[in-house]
Design a protein around this ligand. Structure first.
Ligand code: ADP
Length: 665
């Protein structure tokens, strides 16, 4: 076994690898950029080497700096994690030249799968089923368009060098082809320095089912069951599970053996993932192979009881696979939810912030939290905004899902907008409980998943107002008891000599403001919201709101989060913030117009012209942030008075982009 390994990565994956290495008695070396001086992975490792400035291209992506760190520390091997240099064949070559083991497949295998087009050509020859498409070398736009025409719309344009959903565009009709091709090429060039495209038939509502495969040096290869990663936003996974619901033994064998055939076609070694699109009729097609450990590998670990990083180290040392195919056992069901600093209500755009409060659910044999950040850490623009992976396991899917929603409601993060409420809504919604999975899931069920869902928060509003009132009373009590524990003024139960005490609270939910009136009558509150009267009794203990209505006692969890609080009920999460009369309108106007830069970025092109009269949703300009293009659209009917920036300009997150005048209706 290696004596010491260097981990050429950061965040949760670096921490994850360090944990296994330490358990195996292997010393670890971390590398870190200026932004990560106090990061968790640096603290956990036995040694750490500074490798440069915060931008990844000046640190984590610089092969020479990583190799120099390995040399200084005398590391035997380098684990690349995922992302960064993990699928970079030149880096694997450089490792070999320096006599350091690259913990991953051979250079040839990485190179073979590095281009989506080349990979498809290899798989076609190996008899692996492919989605109908064009993956040739002729990149003439006319050729790509005619290929699209031949296979029929809708089609999907993909960057051949692509990954992370970048450089990918759905095209629904011929008229949109040229514009989509131009945008996909621009995005691909910016991200991968290569704008070659392939065109595929766009399958409607398939499932994304992938197989974990493992090969050793002796040519033994097996599959470790599958993962269903169908629930995606922007073609990127957000929640994964294993095994795939509804998977039969026959289909698992057929797909698993195809995955092994695919890997064998490139003489594979180590851990890899073969991704398939699974059609509703049970047919499946190779999509791509990832020649590294996947973000979602923990769900496979939970159902097989194996440690895949341990296997990676064993295989990299030349040891045979620890298990045969027949000996692989699957037990129970696991989910992984990716907790991100991102705003689901703003097209899931990444956000930055300092994690003022971070409390993860307690870990147990059922709950695992893989993270690379601590309270007080900053989520910066430099790296992926993932805060943690929450992984749960239980004997059945239902029970595991119950654990997932419980664990999500225990998470507390403030300082950055997160997708926690969205994940909770996902985990508790009926279609997900019923495993109606497909890659269009989020779009199909958006009314259940987003804060901006259409219906009124009629059930949640009285509860939220009551919770806020009880919270205020508790705070007032704490202040008074600090000053004088025996004061009669401690009884802040709103008792009045002649009559009752009324409260009026304005809450914002789903971008709407609601005024709620509460009148205390003994132990009960008469609550008027949305024209309905509700009689509720309630107490707030720590973060639990216990309430009773007509003898029915229930409870909800209250989480103080970024800019307000979230109420977690069994049927979903709802976020509220309190609005004060004088600031309400101004705040609403500023947040509603949506014409601010969602984050730091560059203006790519101005689509509308100054003076244009536009309809709601019309594209005004395109900006690029984090290597992805975002179209800024008209929030309502109006006139483009002026653009504040020109194409090519750099803009700061939050900057006003367009001077826009709303039309009088
Ligand atoms: P990337 O490498 O950029 O992540 P992938 O090729 O893995 O891109 O595809 C990402 C996702 O896009 C898939 O999980 C799937 O949801 C969707 N997708 C890819 N190809 C197709 C297709 N031909 N039809 C429908 N959806 C597709």
């Amino acid at each position: 076994m290696f004596k010491k390994i260097l981990i050429a990565n950061r965040g949760e994956i670096a921490c994850r690898i360090i944990k296994t290495a330490q358990r195996m008695g292997v010393a670890t070396v971390a590398v870190y950029s200026d932004a990560d001086c106090d990061a968790l992975h640096v603290t956990l490792a036995d040694e750490a080497i500074h490798i440069g400035a915060a931008p990844a291209r000046e640190s984590y992506l610089v092969a020479e700096k990583i190799l120099a760190a390995a040399q200084i520390t005398d590391a035997d091997a380098i684990h690349p994690g995922y992302g960064f240099l993990s699928e970079n064949a030149d880096f694997a070559i450089a490792c070999a030249a320096q006599d350091v083991v690259f913990i991953g497949p051979s250079v040839a295998a990485i190179a073979a799968m590095g281009s989506k087009s080349a990979a498809k050509q290899i798989m076609e020859q190996a008899g692996v089923p492919l989605v109908p498409g064009y993956h040739g070398d002729d990149q003439d736009p006319a050729q790509l368009k005619s290929a699209a025409q031949t296979m029929g719309y809708p089609v999907l344009l993909k960057a051949t060098a692509g990954g992370g959903g970048k450089g990918m565009r759905q095209v629904w009709s011929e008229e949109d082809f040229d514009e989509s091709l131009a945008a996909a090429k621009r995005e691909s060039l910016a991200s991968f320095n290569d704008d070659s495209m392939l065109v595929e038939k766009y399958l409607i509502k398939p499932r994304h089912v992938e197989f974990q495969i493992f090969f050793d040096h002796l040519g033994h290869g097996i599959y470790l069951a599958e993962r269903d990663c169908s629930v995606q936003r922007r073609h990127q996974k957000i929640i994964e599970e294993a095994p795939a619901p509804g998977m039969t033994d026959t289909l698992r064998r057929a797909m698993g053996e195809t995955a092994v055939t695919a890997a064998r076609a490139i003489d594979y070694r180590g851990a890899g993932t073969v991704e398939f699109l699974l059609h509703q009729d049970g047919s499946f097609y190779f999509m791509e192979m990832n020649t590294r450990l996947q973000v979602e590998h923990p769900v496979t670990e939970m159902i097989t009881g194996l440690d895949l990083v341990e296997w990676q180290l064993l295989v990299a040392c030349g040891e045979p696979l620890p298990l045969t195919q027949e000996a692989v056992q699957i037990r129970g069901h696991a989910f992984e939810a990716r907790v991100y600093a991102e705003d689901p209500d703003n097209d899931f755009l990444p956000v930055t912030g300092t994690l003022g409060r971070l409390r993860a659910p307690d870990e147990s044999r059922y709950v695992r939290v893989d993270t690379g950040v601590c309270q007080g850490d900053h989520i910066s623009v430099y790296y992926d905004p993932m805060i943690a992976k929450l992984i749960v396991w239980d004997e059945s899917r239902d029970r595991a899902l119950q654990r997932l929603s419980n664990a999500l409601s225990q998470y507390r993060i403030s300082g950055a907008v997160t997708n926690l409420d969205f994940l909770y809504n996902l985990a508790t919604c009926r279609p997900f409980e019923d495993a109606q999975l497909n890659t269009g899931f989020i779009d199909e069920h958006k009314n259940l998943l987003f804060q901006t869902r259409s219906e009124n928060p009629a059930r949640e509003l009285p509860l939220a107002a009551l919770a806020l009132l009880l919270h205020r009373q508790r705070q007032a009590k704490q202040v008074i008891s600090c000053l004088d524990p025996y004061s009669p003024w401690q009884d802040n139960d709103a008792w009045r000599l002649n009559g009752t005490h009324r409260h009026r609270i304005t809450l914002r939910c789903q971008q709407q403001d609601y005024t709620v009136e509460l009148e205390q009558q003994g132990a009960q509150y008469r609550i008027n919201a949305l024209g309905e009267e509700t009689l509720l009794a309630g107490t707030l203990e720590d973060e639990t709101l216990r309430f009773e209505s007509a003898g029915h006692r229930q409870h909800a969890t209250l989480a103080y989060t970024h800019g307000g609080f979230t109420l977690y009920l069994p049927e979903g999460a709802c976020h509220f913030s309190e609005i004060f009369a004088d600031t309400g309108e101004k705040e609403k106007a500023a947040s509603d117009n949506g014409l601010r830069a969602p984050m730091n970025g560059t203006i790519v092109t101005l689509v509308a012209k100054t003076g244009d009269q536009v309809e709601t949703g019309a594209p005004l300009l395109v900006m690029e942030a984090m290597k992805m293009e975002h179209t800024i659209r008209a929030p309502c009917r109006g006139i483009v008075q002026a653009f504040c920036y020109a194409s090519g300009d750099l803009v700061d997150g939050g900057a006003t982009l367009v001077d826009f005048i709303m039309s009088e209706e």
